[in-house]
Design a protein around this ligand. Structure first.
Ligand SMILES: Cc1cc2nc3c(=O)[nH]c(=O)nc-3n(C[C@H](O)[C@H](O)[C@H](O)COP(=O)(O)OP(=O)(O)OC[C@H]3O[C@@H](n4cnc5c(N)ncnc54)[C@H](O)[C@@H]3O)c2cc1C
Length: 411
């Protein structure tokens, strides 16, 4: 069979099947809106992209009546976070008192989360997920975006849509083609992610360790540790030139109990680089188009909020747009209202992240002296109530979204 270009029409076309795009696609389809989600990869099973499903996202699953099914997927619970700053051990965060159904972070592979959303969305006849479909260009008519062009294995696909949504992540094609301008706030670090097997005798904590010039965070993932090693921005080439053995030694210096497992890092392919970016679009929308999630604002990995912020955007967008989309009357005001609603939580979270980057991470990466925790952090060990403050900021954030969209009948 030859390749044929084709055209389809829908109410909402979403470019990108990450947390933002899948959640938005699911909620709109559930509310009776015809939606097409395009994902450029053939499946959701690819590189590690973060696994932290926060209490705010779990609360949304509860509101959707899906929490029991969701928590049947393999996951680990993180109820507290601890830190080692030089010689001191500090109990930093305690999620167990949050006013949410789930008082923990669920560590779950992102592909399980995305497959779960896809399975839920497919129950609605209005949901159309196209894998291996990459948005390459926008269609513009009289200053309004009226759809997009996608590359698929069967040729070009033209999708005409009342609304186009860019959920295609931090290197968004949609945002670039729409000419939306962003402000880059910078980051002093990149993060190297890798795994090391875990033994039953290891600690069950999720913890961070800070030493002169070094930061490492380890998440208990059952039979392995997911490790994040923080390096100065752009430092990967220097690290590679020193060789893998030198990197293994650095890891062991941070966590000596990994000495018998660090050999599992066989080559640099076992180490994934997250090039940290913090940015935010000035304007998220144009007539007929809006960007959300990382496409509108890449988050620093501090607090592991990226997935959850993307999901919050999706819920805010669905709440505002489901009604107008169903009757084909989305206005510029609707789109601006989404940006306005999400700007406060985002600005605040990015401000906190930038403060930690500047005041702690940049200084630790530069120092040669063994770091000491600031006095106020030591109070966290004596006054457990203080650990609830970061739990609230990380686990729920400010002005959390709630499901306001109705459920139309499943297929
Ligand atoms: C290595 C790494 C570790 C991370 N760790 C964490 C963590 O621990 N916790 C956390 O909360 N966040 C983490 N993040 C950030 C988190 O992954 C993002 O903030 C979050 O996934 C944003 O969701 P999104 O849907 O906006 O974008 P993305 O998840 O980036 O999804 C975009 C989707 O669009 C697809 N796509 C891209 N271009 C196109 C196109 N042109 N056409 C069609 N599809 C397209 C991509 O394949 C992708 O599936 C990490 C990121 C990385 C890279």
């Amino acid at each position: 069979m030859g390749m044929a270009d084709s055209t389809i029409a829908t109410q909402c076309c979403i470019a990108g099947g990450g947390p933002a795009g899948m959640m938005l696609g699911f909620l709109l389809a559930r509310a009776g809106v015809h939606v097409v989600v395009l994902e450029k990869h053939p499946d959701f099973f690819r590189d590690f992209r973060g696994d932290t499903v926060h209490p705010s996202t779990l609360e949304l699953m509860y509101e959707l009546g899906l929490i029991d099914a969701f928590l049947k997927l393999p996951h680990q619970k993180v109820e507290t976070l601890t830190g080692h700053v030089g010689a001191e051990h500090i109990q930093l965060v305690d999620f167990r008192h949050l006013p949410t159904q789930c008082k923990f972070i669920a560590l779950m592979p992102q592909w399980d989360f995305l497959n779960f959303l896809a399975d839920q969305a497919k129950r609605y006849a209005t949901f159309d997920l196209r894998m291996q479909a990459e948005a390459t260009d926008l269609i513009e008519e009289n200053g309004r975006i009226t759809g997009l062009i996608a590359k698929t294995p069967n040729g070009a696909l033209t999708i005409r849509a009342d609304l186009t949504v860019g959920c295609d992540g931090r290197h968004s094609t949609v945002r670039e083609k729409a000419g939306l301008e962003s402000d880059d706030y910078g980051a002093p670090m990149d993060v190297l992610w890798f795994r090391a097997s875990r033994k039953a005798s290891d600690s069950a904590d999720t913890f961070g360790h800070i030493e002169a010039g070094r930061i490492m965070v380890m998440f208990d993932r059952g039979d392995y540790w997911q490790c994040a090693y923080v390096i100065p921005k752009g430092g990967i080439e220097r690290l590679k030139s020193e060789g893998l053995e030198a990197f293994r030694s650095r890891v062991v210096e941070m966590s000596p109990f990994l000495a018998d497992r660090v050999g599992e890092l066989k080559d640099w392919d076992d180490v994934k680089l997250l090039s940290v970016t913090v940015d935010r679009l000035r304007k998220w929308q144009r007539p007929g188009l809006i960007c959300i999630g990382d496409a509108a604002h890449a988050m620093s990995p501090i607090g592991g909020v990226g997935i959850n912020m993307a999901v919050q955007d999706a819920v805010a967008a669905a709440n505002r747009l489901a009604g107008p989309l169903r009757v084909g009357r989305v206005t510029g005001e609707d789109l601006e209202a989404i940006q306005q609603r999400r700007t406060l939580p985002l600005r605040f979270t990015q401000w906190l992240q930038l403060t930690v980057q500047r005041r702690i991470i940049a200084q630790v990466l530069e120092t040669r002296e063994r770091p000491k925790p600031p006095a106020f952090l030591k109070l966290f060990n004596s006054f457990p109530i203080l650990r609830r403050i970061p739990a609230q900021l990380i686990g729920i954030g400010i002005r959390p979204e709630h499901i306001r969209t109705p459920e139309a009948a499943p297929a």
